[in-house]
Design a protein around this ligand. Structure first.
Ligand code: 5RP
Length: 319
C-alpha cells in the first residue's frame, strides 16, 4: 500500500505522481538554490522616535498611524461625543465624518462611532478612545478605563487613547488608567496614546507641557498628545523621548489652524490630532487635505490656505 500523503514524494518508492511536480524541491531540473551567502541580511531601523525596541506587531500598528514616508500623521479626532454629546459638526457621524475618512491617516474615535458609522474598509490606524465616565456636566478629570483590551483587539485598534490630567484633582487615578492600558497594550502589541488634558486652572506653557508629556512617556505611553504653545514648544518635543502629536483645540480661522499645524511640525511634532478645526470648517474635506499638505509636504501656511481655497471653490459648503 502507498502510505504517502497527497503530494508527498518518496524517492525510490515509485515514480512521482503529477501533483509532485508542483513541489519546488521535487523538481530536479530547477536551478540550484542560491542563498546569496555574501549578502548580509538587512537590519532595518524603525522610523519613529523612541520605538526602535518595540515588537513587530506594535511597529506594524504604529505604521498604520504614522506615515512611514514622512514619519508624521494626520489623525482625525472626533471622539468629543464621549463627554460632550452631539457637538457642533458631529451631529451626524455618518454624514459629517465618514466622507472625510479617505483623507485621514488615523481615526481617533469611540467604539460606538466606529461600530455604527465608520467604513469597515478604512485602511489606516484606529485610535480608540479608551477612557471616559464623566460628562461636561461633571468633574471631567474623574475618568476610568472605558474599554477592555479584548474589545480593543476585536476592533483592530492600533492604539488606545487615555486622558491624563497632570496637576488635576484626579492626577494619580488618570496616570494609573494610563499605566494599566500600557501594560495591557504591551501584552498584545497595541500602542497607548496619552492625551495630556489641561484643567482650566493650569497654565498652558512649555513648562507644564514638558512636565506632562515627559511623565506620560516615562511611565510608558507609546506616544503623547498635547497642546502647542507659542514659546518653547521645541523644548517640549526635544524633552519627550516618544513622538508628540498636537491637539487642534477650539475652532480658528483656517489660516491660523494651518499655521498652528505648521509651527508644531516644524518644531518637532510628529503630526496633528485635529478635530474641530477640520469638522467645524465650512469645507471640512478641503481643510483636512490642506492640513495634510502642511504635515506631510511641509507646505507653508499661506500655500496650504491657497490649496484650501482652490478645493473649497470646487466643492459645495459642508463637504
Ligand atoms: C477630547 C480629545 C479630542 O480628540 C481632542 O481635543 C482633539 O480635538 P480638537 O482638535 O477638537 O481639540 O482628546 O478630549
Amino acid at each position: 500500500m502507498d502510505t504517502r500523503l497527497p503530494g508527498q514524494y518518496s524517492p525510490g518508492l515509485s515514480s512521482p505522481k503529477p501533483e509532485d511536480a508542483a513541489m519546488a524541491d521535487a523538481d530536479s531540473v530547477k536551478a540550484p538554490k542560491d542563498f546569496q551567502v555574501d549578502v548580509p541580511q538587512k537590519n532595518e531601523t524603525f522610523f519613529l522616535k523612541g520605538c526602535e525596541h518595540m515588537e513587530w506587531g506594535m511597529k506594524n500598528r504604529l505604521s498604520k498611524i504614522f506615515n512611514p514616508n514622512t514619519g508624521r500623521t494626520v489623525m482625525l479626532a472626533f471622539d468629543h461625543g464621549y463627554f460632550q454629546g452631539p457637538t457642533t459638526g458631529l451631529e451626524r457621524l455618518d454624514l459629517n465624518i465618514a466622507p472625510l475618512t479617505p483623507y485621514a491617516d488615523t481615526l481617533m474615535l469611540t467604539r460606538g462611532a466606529l461600530r455604527t458609522t465608520m467604513p469597515v474598509t478604512f485602511p489606516g490606524g484606529i485610535v480608540l478612545r479608551s477612557s471616559g465616565g464623566p460628562s461636561i456636566l461633571k468633574e471631567l478629570s474623574d475618568e476610568e478605563i472605558a474599554v477592555s483590551i479584548e474589545e480593543a483587539v476585536r476592533l483592530n485598534a492600533a492604539a488606545m487613547a487615555v486622558q491624563v490630567f497632570i496637576g488635576g484633582p484626579h492626577e494619580t487615578k488618570s496616570v494609573h488608567n494610563m499605566t494599566r492600558l500600557v501594560d495591557l497594550g504591551q501584552r498584545y502589541g497595541i500602542a497607548t496614546l496619552a492625551v495630556t488634558a489641561v484643567g482650566r486652572e493650569l497654565t498652558r506653557d512649555a513648562k507644564y507641557m514638558g512636565l506632562a508629556t515627559r511623565i506620560c512617556a516615562e511611565l510608558g505611553a507609546t506616544y503623547v498628545k498635547t497642546y502647542f504653545v507659542d514659546q518653547g514648544f521645541e523644548t517640549v518635543t526635544a524633552g519627550c523621548p516618544v513622538p508628540i502629536v498636537i491637539a487642534g483645540g477650539k475652532k480658528l480661522p483656517e489660516l491660523e489652524a494651518l499655521t498652528l499645524a505648521y509651527n508644531a511640525v516644524q518644531q518637532g511634532a510628529s503630526g496633528v490630532d485635529m478635530g474641530r478645526n477640520i469638522f467645524q470648517s465650512s469645507h471640512p474635506a478641503a481643510m483636512i487635505q490642506a492640513v495634510r499638505k502642511v504635515v506631510h509636504e511641509n507646505y507653508q501656511p499661506k500655500e496650504a490656505l491657497e490649496f484650501f481655497e482652490t478645493l473649497k471653490n470646487e466643492t459645495p459648503v459642508g463637504v
